[in-house]
Design a binder for this molecule. Structure first.
Ligand SMILES: [Zn+2]
Length: 418
């Protein structure tokens, strides 16, 4: 017996030594697919400093799961343990799962550090909970194999495996940053709205409009038609406001995808077909009035793109205005990003107050709040862009006052209204 125990001990020693060698903390360098220039991916050595153990993707920035099912608020199982080869102090992920999971962690660490630098990281809880390579069933879309979604009610992000062309979303930092922005928006704006208006059975059908998740247009359209009776329908008011919030959320999320990837077409590497429509640079019309936006949502002049489809479209236009404003004022990406994230709680408060008064949210309200600090710094140089986007000559005098302090050259009464 004693001899056997001795043998067992010999067998255990190399195994334990292996474990000890593996669990070391401190910086670890990995060879990962990374875009050092916008849109150009190559293998790069990326050093991570927030992992407790280089062999498990759990650290200050994120807990990355691989292919996990969502079980209530949490993903099943343990954070991913990548297979790694180590050579000359550099870790090489040794299979597909490990490449996706380690690279996703690396992006979350970079986002976390950037948000700390900006002083905005308190806007969400860290570590972020993320599962990559998770096929998921959407009750409207069926099995999702090529997308990512942030789920506000659980505060988790789920990334599908990625069928079809392009690089997997888990490797595309811009798309991950887009999803992570949804968490900021949800904590400050969508979440409080969702909790304030929770028990309206018909409207619960529309909550996907606010969840940041995918949504079946046709299903929503048919649901809407059967429910919608007249313009005074209280649900119309709530749906309109949810779609406005979704538009702001998606457009701003694209700004943060651009901000992180430094690439206006960050989606192109994974979703070539949508990248031109979602580019944060490009054409945008003047801001829609409440009436014209309602008509867009109803599909009066474009039945193929209604509701959430239109909220994406106007979200993109809204963000293109932001880029144009930023360029004309010379404000940095960092100044704009900080202003947006710091002012989100104020936006949430004002949205709730406006909704408590039964108002339809004016589309431009998002900039009144989110750019309120930075616009003062912009002096007059952003005024022509504001004049164009806010349709200065047509807005009522009362609304002009919002921007008059910034744009003295335009003045509150420069338009033709009485
Ligand atoms: Zn989104």
């Amino acid at each position: 017996m004693g001899q056997l125990r001795g043998w067992l001990l010999w067998l255990l020693i190399p195994f334990l030594a292996g474990c000890w060698a593996n669990s070391r903390s401190g910086p670890s360098t990995y060879l990962l697919p990374w875009a050092n220039e916008p849109g150009h991916y190559s293998l790069q050595e990326i050093t991570l400093t927030t992992l407790d153990d280089p062999y498990q993707l759990s650290g200050q920035a994120a807990k990355i799961y691989f292919g996990s099912e969502l079980n209530g608020r949490n993903f099943d199982g343990e954070p991913a343990r990548p297979r790694l080869l180590e050579q000359s102090g550099v870790f090489y992920p040794a299979d597909r799962a490990s490449i996706l999971a380690v690279t996703a962690y690396a992006h979350y660490e970079h986002m976390f550090k950037k948000d700390q630098e900006l002083g905005v990281s308190a806007g969400v809880g860290w570590p972020r909970q993320v599962s990559v390579d998770s096929e998921y069933l959407d009750e409207n879309l069926g099995m999702v194999t090529r997308n990512a979604e942030y789920i506000g009610i659980y505060d988790v992000t789920r990334v599908a495996p990625h069928s079809g062309d392009g690089i997997p979303v888990a490797l595309n930092g811009g798309v991950l940053a887009h999803e992570n922005f949804h968490a900021y928006f949800d904590k400050a704006v969508s979440g409080p709205v969702r909790r304030t208006y929770p028990f309206r059975p018909k409207i619960n059908l529309y909550w996907p409009a606010l969840n940041g998740g995918p949504l079946n247009e046709l299903w929503l359209a048919s649901q809407w038609k059967s429910d919608h009776t007249n313009d005074d329908d209280p649900d119309e008011w709530l749906l309109y406001n949810l779609l406005v919030l979704r538009a702001w959320d998606e457009g701003l999320a694209d700004y943060f995808g651009y901000f992180y990837a430094k690439d206006p077409q960050f989606m192109a590497a994974s979703f070539k077909e949508v990248a031109p429509f979602r580019s944060v640079e490009g054409f945008y019309p003047p801001i829609p009035s409440i009436e014209s936006l309602s008509e867009k949502f109803y599909g009066v002049d474009d039945p193929d793109c209604i509701k959430v489809c239109q909220s994406y479209t106007y979200g993109t236009f809204n963000t293109r205005f932001l880029l144009d404003f930023q360029k004309s004022t010379g404000l940095s990406d960092e100044a704009i990003a900080r202003s947006i994230k710091l002012n989100l709680p104020r936006l949430g408060k004002q949205v709730l107050e406006a909704m408590a008064r039964g108002e339809h949210l004016p589309f431009g309200m998002v900039w009144d709040v989110l750019l309120s600090d930075e616009s003062k710094l912009a002096n007059e140089s952003g005024c022509p862009v504001i004049e164009y986007y806010f349709n200065w000559k047509q807005v009522p005098r009362s609304e002009k006052n919002r921007w008059a302090q910034l744009c003295k050259s335009l003045g509150p009464w420069s338009g033709s209204d009485g």
